[in-house]
Design a protein around this ligand. Structure first.
Ligand code: MTE
Length: 328
C-alpha cells in the first residue's frame, strides 16, 4: 500500500454540513450549473458533493455502547468520510474513489454465497436492502496507513447473512470478493497496478460470526455512496481498514485460509489477521498513533492507537494463546 500523506483539500473549518451541500446541489442542478466544468485545479476535484445512491434507510439505533456497537467519540464529518479513502479499483490517490466511483453501476446488484454451505444462493439488491433488520453501528475505522475516522454505518451482522445459507461443519474461513468491472473502474485498467483483481479478503469463520462484523449498506442514515463501497461492504472495526472490503459480489465459505489481496502483494507488510495493534509496527512506519480525520498539516489531530482499535473487550478472546507479532 502506498504511504502518502496528502493534506485534505478542505480545512475542517470549511466543511459544509451534508444538508447544506445537498441543498446547494439541488440548487445547482435546478439552475443547470452542475454540468459546468470546474475552473480551479489541474485535475478534476474530488466529488464529495456527488452522493450517488443516498436514499434514506430505516434502521434501529444501538441501545448501548457496552458491546462496542456505538461510541461517544465524535463522528467524522460526512464530507471527510466520502472525500478521502482507499478504493484502488478507482485509483491510488485518496480522492480517486470520490472522483470516479460514480461510474460504477450498483443497481442491479447480485451477491453470490457459495462454497461450504448447505443452501448456496444469490441475494439481489432488493433482498440486501429489504431482507435484513438494519441497525446503526458507530465504529472507529483505522487504516493501516495510520489515519482513522469514526463512521456511523447502517447495516446488519455478517452472522445474520451467513446463517441464512447454513454453513457446513467443515467451513472454517470466509472469502469475500469485490466487483471487477474494467469498463467502470479506471484503477483496474492502470498499467502501473500490480493488484491481481478482483480485490479479495478473508476472515476466520469465528471472526465472521462475531456480532461486531458488519455488512454495511449505508452511512449517515442513507445508502452507501459508491466511493465507500456501495451497495454492500464488509466492516470489521478491530482490524486494519483493508480487511473491510467494498462492493462485495461473492462470499465463499472454505475449509482452508484464502489468499487475500494485500497479503499476496506484500506478505511481510500485510498479514491475514491485520488486527489493529499499536505494539507491532508496520516495517516502514509506526502503528503507535494515528491521524484522526479531519486532519491538516497544522492540526494533525494525532491520537494514540488502541489495541484491537479499542474493541479488545469484545474480541481479544478470539486470539487467546496466539502470538500477535507473528500473526500480524
Ligand atoms: N475494498 C476494495 N474493493 N478496494 C480497496 O482498495 N481499500 C481498503 C478498504 N476496502 C479497498 C477496499 C482500505 S485500505 C481501506 S482503509 C478502507 O477500504 C477505506 O474505506 P473508506 O474509503 O470507506 O474509508
Amino acid at each position: 500500500m502506498r504511504q502518502r500523506f496528502k493534506i485534505p483539500v478542505i480545512a475542517s473549518s470549511e466543511i459544509t454540513p451534508e444538508s447544506v451541500y445537498l441543498k446547494r446541489r439541488d440548487f445547482m442542478q435546478a439552475a443547470g450549473l452542475a454540468a459546468l466544468p470546474v475552473l480551479v485545479g489541474a485535475s478534476q476535484p474530488a466529488r464529495s458533493d456527488v452522493v450517488t445512491g443516498g436514499a434514506p434507510l430505516e434502521y434501529r439505533k444501538p441501545s448501548s455502547s457496552a458491546e462496542g456497537f456505538s461510541t461517544d467519540e465524535q463522528a467524522t464529518p460526512f464530507s471527510d468520510v466520502t472525500a478521502y479513502g482507499n478504493f484502488y479499483e478507482f485509483g491510488t490517490d485518496k480522492g480517486d474513489p470520490a472522483r470516479y466511483a460514480h461510474e460504477m453501476t450498483v443497481d442491479p446488484w447480485s451477491l453470490e454465497v457459495e462454497g461450504a454451505v448447505h443452501k448456496p444462493g444469490t441475494l439481489h439488491l432488493e433482498d440486501i436492502l429489504g431482507g435484513f433488520e438494519l441497525q446503526e453501528r458507530i465504529y472507529r475505522l483505522r487504516c493501516v496507513e495510520a489515519w482513522s475516522m469514526v463512521v456511523p454505518w447502517v447495516g446488519f451482522s455478517l452472522a445474520d447473512l451467513l446463517k441464512r445459507f447454513e454453513p457446513k461443519s467443515e467451513a472454517r474461513y470466509v472469502e469475500f470478493e469485490t466487483l471487477y468491472r474494467r469498463s467502470e473502474m479506471p484503477g483496474t485498467r492502470s498499467f502501473t497496478s500490480t493488484i491481481d483483481w478482483p480485490y479479495r479478503e478473508g476472515l476466520r469463520l469465528d471472526e465472521a460470526m462475531h456480532p461486531l462484523s458488519l455488512m454495511a449498506v449505508g452511512l449517515y442514515g442513507k445508502t452507501l455512496p459508491n466511493q465507500n463501497g456501495a451497495p454492500i461492504r464488509l466492516v470489521v472495526p478491530w482490524k486494519y481498514g483493508f480487511k473491510s472490503i467494498k462492493s462485495v459480489v461473492r462470499i465463499r465459505l472454505l475449509e482452508k485460509q484464502p489468499r487475500t489481496t494485500w497479503e499476496s502483494l506484500a506478505p511481510r507488510e500485510y498479514g491475514f489477521y491485520a488486527n489493529v495493534n499499536p505494539n507491532v509496527d508496520h516495517p516502514r512506519w509506526s502503528q503507535a498513533s494515528e491521524r484522526r480525520l479531519p486532519s491538516t498539516l497544522f492540526r494533525p489531530n494525532r491520537i494514540p492507537t488502541q489495541m484491537f482499535n479499542g474493541y479488545a473487550d469484545q474480541v481479544a478472546h478470539l486470539y487467546k494463546g496466539m502470538d500477535l507479532a507473528r500473526n500480524y
